[in-house]
Design a protein around this ligand. Sequence first.
Ligand SMILES: [Zn+2]
Length: 78
Amino acid sequence: MSPTNGEKQLIPPDLLEILVCPLGKAPLRLEGETLVCTKCGLVYKIEDGIPNLLIEEAALPAGVSELKQLACYGEGSP
Ligand SMILES: [Zn+2]
């Protein structure tokens, strides 16, 4: 493997594929330097190339003030 210049790959595509929102198990999409849940819109930070999927540290989407309002809420647990 040779080092690649230019484009900075934050998250390898194969890793991104298996990452899901811990709340509702929905897929995530890469948006800038964050991961955004395609279902509930929670914004997860990527720190040093490692996705931080802690719900407590994720940013709530606009218009949402608590986790209960999220589309993913309650989906992951019975
Ligand atoms: Zn979600």
